[in-house]
Design a protein around this ligand. Structure first.
Ligand SMILES: *[C@@H]1O[C@H](CO)[C@@H](O)[C@H](O)[C@H]1NC(C)=O
Length: 147
């Protein structure tokens, strides 16, 4: 019984290896990058956004019906924000889409800041508007320490 429990616990760790960022680790990174209150959005808004877009999977890539792709933690779209060298892109964030999959999250965070600074703010992400806007969100920070 005890051996089984240990196996279950360690197997879960292996499954999560690499792709899924821990919620509180992410909160700390977002805090250090000055996102708490950026353009009026709190850390729980950012955590909710990351969860509904990528389920905290920093290497998530998703193809859209129009042939563009969404990249990384915030599922940033290649048609407007980054260059994937596959289709025309406005490349407003002046970055290679692959950089939005970098585990250091720097490019994703910089690009997300640019998106949220535009008109519509976080409403640019449909999933945030549907699942996070106007809801109680403080529980996203439960158990997280920023210092
Ligand atoms: C994260 O996303 C990548 C790319 O879309 C996928 O291959 C991987 O299975 C995902 N990881 C998890 C744990 O869902």
């Amino acid at each position: 019984m005890r051996a089984l429990f240990i196996c279950v616990a360690s197997c879960l760790l292996v499954v999560n290896d690499g792709n899924i960022i821990n919620r509180c680790t992410l909160a700390k990174i977002l805090y250090e990058e000055d996102l708490d209150g950026f353009e009026g959005y709190s850390l729980p808004d950012w955590l909710c956004l990351a969860f509904v877009e990528s389920q905290f999977n920093i290497s998530k890539v998703n193809e859209n019906a129009d042939g563009s792709f969404d990249y990384g933690l915030f599922q940033i779209n290649s048609r407007y924000w980054c260059n994937d060298f596959q289709s025309h892109s406005e490349n407003f964030c002046h970055t290679n889409c692959q950089e939005l999959l970098n585990p250091n999250l720097i490019s994703s965070i910089h690009c997300a800041k640019r998106i949220v600074s535009g008109s519509g703010g976080m409403k640019n992400w449909v999933a945030w508007r549907l699942h996070c806007l106007g809801r109680p969100l403080s529980y996203w920070m439960t158990g997280c320490r920023l210092e």
